[in-house]
Design a protein around this ligand. Sequence first.
Ligand SMILES: [Zn+2]
Length: 428
Amino acid sequence: MSDVVERFLRYAEIASMSDPDNERQTPSTPSQFDVAEVVANDLVDVGAEDVRVDEHAYVTAHWPASPGAESLPCLGLLAHIDTAWQAEDNPVHPRIVRYGGGDLVMGEVEGRIIKTSPADNPTLANYVGDEIIVTDGTTLLGGDDKAGVAEIITMLARLAADPSLPHPRIAVAFVPDEEIGHGASLLDLDAWGATWGYTVDGGYIGECSYETFNAAEAKIYARGAAVHPGYAKGLMVNAVEAIMKVNALLPQKERPEYTEGREGYYFMERMEGSCEHAQATCIIRDHDRASFEERKRTLAEAVAQVNAELGCECLTLRVRDQYYNMREGIEPHRHLIENACAAFEACGIEPYSEPVRGGTDGGRLTFRGLPCPNLSAGSMNPHGPKEYVAVRDLEAMVDVLVDLVGRYARAQAAVDPALEGDLESQAA
Ligand SMILES: [Zn+2]
């Protein structure tokens, strides 16, 4: 078994879901400290410098530049240690199977066979004859994003084993609670010291993505008037009904289950209440900033219309922007995309880029001034028990990362006008 596979299996076995119901606390689950400790020990073992696990389960470390590359910008690499909450914190039982084509069976759960096939997952057809890591079907695998964690640490082990490999100073961060929207938010970027970087948290091998949704979360609060239903005519205002009226006014086909590619949506994610009080969370997603703003207006108008119909201020709306499309922050640093694509090609992998239908940690970092596209980690079918990771993708991503850090050991400032400006202002 290769070292990246061995590391991945050890990390995957530690169930470390984040918990959306405990998002005020970071990490949202104590089990994230368990995986943080294991990851930190591995970083010490491979020889990383200033390895640290902080009180929020952020694992950070540095790796000194190879001779001659000391003055070049520090490159950041990030992955997240939490998994989606569908794991229910049950023990994860990862195992390696040889895929012979047709159904890929994870296991049997309460009489149901948990399986996937090229029919519902076309990329699976690329792995006939390969070793694939799956669970027993009772949990997700957590390749999202423990594959990324294992790949980055194994890349460092490769640098330690071969001092002739060139690389700039590298900063690594393994962050908690990415799946519930925190991720790198508490990372101290000044102390971490990277000029730019990559998250290794994407899907199918070859991915270099730098476009995400623009995202907002809307909370709709409804205050009704409860009266005996038999004598309610003209008196009752049903808070639950009021929110349902808002939902009915939103475009019916612009919902997650009807959209793909660059199509945005409204998603009534959560709703609870009674006649007296109700509340709902509606999330808004769109790659295009103008139509994102338009969607927020549409929702506000729907709320106003229902209030007008009911003749009272039954509904209140609070909208909070969560993150923005990172594209505008990446484009001035095209080398991040060009170098990643070149590294994939050098390893015989066809690079591709697609608009991410979500956000990434890198998107938030980009808006904090650290441009950070997202690279494939190799987790397929994430967030459910049918998740799988191919052994050869884990191994290939280590080669890609070794090649990529090598490219940043060459003078980069010459191809990054944005950075040249920085260097000039530092000199002044
Ligand atoms: Zn992820």
